[in-house]
Design a protein around this ligand. Structure first.
Ligand code: ES4
Ligand code: ZN
Length: 327
C-alpha cells in the first residue's frame, strides 16, 4: 500500500500547533534541571503516565504545569527548534506556531523573553531546515478581556514578529464574543485572526467566531458537523478548519478515530486541514496524525491526501505568490 508513503512525503503546512504543547517529557526534565525548577512528578515515565485525559480541562492543567520550566529566551528557542526538527522530518514546509504569552507573563517571565526566543528559532528554522514559520499570539479565554488588552499592549513593540492573533484554552463558558472588542482592535492593527471554536463548545461558538470576531480560520470546528446551516456557511465562504484528529481522540471529543467527522467535512466541501495541536501530549506529530487517521478511515484515499495537503498550504497566511515555491 503506497498511501502511507504519500502521506509522509507530501509537502504540507502545519497551521495548528501550540508550541508549548511540543515540550516532550525529556525536554521538560532537562529544562527543569537547567533552571533549578522542581516538578510535582519525579521522572519522565511518571509524567508520561499522567497523560491520560478525560476532557480539555484535564489536559490543560497538565499542559500549564509542563510550561512552568520555561524561563529564559534560550528555553523558548530550544523548545521551538526541537519542534521544527520534527516538522522538517515530516515534510512540513511551513508552520504557524501558536504561543500563549499569558501562561508565562503570569509567572513573571517577560513578554520579550518569550517572543525573542521564538522569533530567533523561526529564523534558524528557515535558514537551517528550510522550514518557513510565522507566530500567532493566543489570548487565554479563561482570563478576562482586560488581560487580553494588556497582553496586546505588550505585543505592540514586537508587532513585526507576530503575524496573527488566536484564542485558546478552556472553551465552554468562554464564548468568542467575550473578546469582541480586543479582536476588533487587533483587526484594526492588521493582525490575521483565528480562534479555537467548536472543539468542546457548541456550533454557536463557531458562528460567533465568524460573525463577532471576524476570524479567517476556525481552529478545530469539528462540532460544526451538528449544524447543517453552519456547514453550508463554512463551505460557501471556504473557511479553513484546522482539524486535529489525535487531539480529538485523546481529549474524548471523538470516541474513536473511525468515528471522526473529517471525511464528512471534506465530502461537504469544507477546507479542512490536518494538524497536531499538542504533539508531545497527544501521541504524535503531523505525519502520525495523517497516517493514523487514514488507517482508521477507509473513505480517505489519495485524493483526500492531496486535498488536505493543498488546503494546508492555501489556508496559510503566506501570500499566494510565495506559496508557489512549495509545490
Ligand atoms: C489546546 Cl487542544 C487545545 N484546546 C484549547 N486550547 C489549547 N491550548 C493548548 N491546547
Ligand atoms: Zn489547539
Amino acid at each position: 500500500d503506497r498511501l502511507p508513503a504519500l502521506l509522509q512525503r507530501m509537502p504540507k503546512a502545519e497551521l495548528h500547533i501550540h508550541i508549548e504543547g511540543s515540550l516532550e517529557p525529556e525536554l521538560i526534565f532537562a529544562l527543569a534541571e537547567r533552571n533549578g525548577v522542581t516538578l510535582a512528578l519525579d521522572s519522565v515515565e511518571a509524567l508520561r503516565a499522567a497523560y491520560a485525559f478525560t476532557d480539555l480541562q484535564s489536559f490543560l492543567d497538565i499542559y500549564y504545569a509542563g510550561a512552568s520550566v520555561l524561563l529564559t529566551e534560550q528555553d523558548f528557542h530550544d523548545m521551538a527548534m526541537a519542534y521544527f526538527r520534527r516538522a522538517a522530518a515530516d515534510h512540513v514546509v511551513h508552520a504557524e506556531l501558536f504561543f500563549d504569552p499569558q501562561t508565562h507573563t503570569e509567572r513573571g517571565v517577560p513578554f520579550e523573553t518569550v517572543v525573542r526566543g521564538l522569533k530567533r528559532a523561526c529564523e534558524d528554522a528557515e535558514r537551517e531546515l528550510g522550514v518557513s514559520a510565522l507566530l500567532i499570539l493566543c489570548f487565554l479565554r479563561h482570563l478576562s478581556e482586560e488581560a487580553a488588552f494588556e497582553t496586546l499592549a505588550q505585543a505592540l513593540p514586537h508587532r513585526d514578529a507576530i503575524a496573527g492573533i488566536g484564542l485558546d484554552s478552556s472553551e465552554r463558558g468562554h464564548p468568542p464574543e467575550k473578546f469582541a472588542r480586543v479582536f476588533a482592535r487587533c483587526r484594526e492593527l492588521g493582525f490575521r485572526l483565528v480562534a479555537h471554536a467548536g472543539e468542546e463548545g457548541p456550533p454557536a461558538y463557531v458562528w460567533s467566531a465568524l460573525d463577532t470576531l471576524h476570524v479567517e480560520r476556525i481552529d478545530h470546528g469539528v462540532r460544526s458537523i451538528d449544524d447543517p446551516a453552519l456547514m453550508a456557511r463554512l463551505a460557501r465562504d471556504g473557511v479553513p478548519l484546522t482539524v486535529c484528529p489525535l487531539s480529538n481522540l485523546k481529549l474524548c471529543v471523538v470516541s474513536s478515530l473511525s468515528e471522526h467527522p473529517l471525511p464528512a467535512l471534506l465530502a461537504a466541501g469544507l477546507r479542512a486541514t490536518i494538524n497536531s495541536d499538542d504533539p508531545a501530549y497527544f501521541g504524535g506529530y503531523l505525519n502520525r496524525n495523517f497516517t493514523e487517521t487514514f488507517a482508521a478511515l477507509p473513505q480517505l484515499g489519495a485524493a483526500e491526501a492531496y486535498r488536505l495537503a493543498r488546503n494546508s498550504l492555501e489556508a496559510s497566511f503566506v501570500a499566494p505568490e510565495r506559496q508557489a515555491a512549495w509545490v
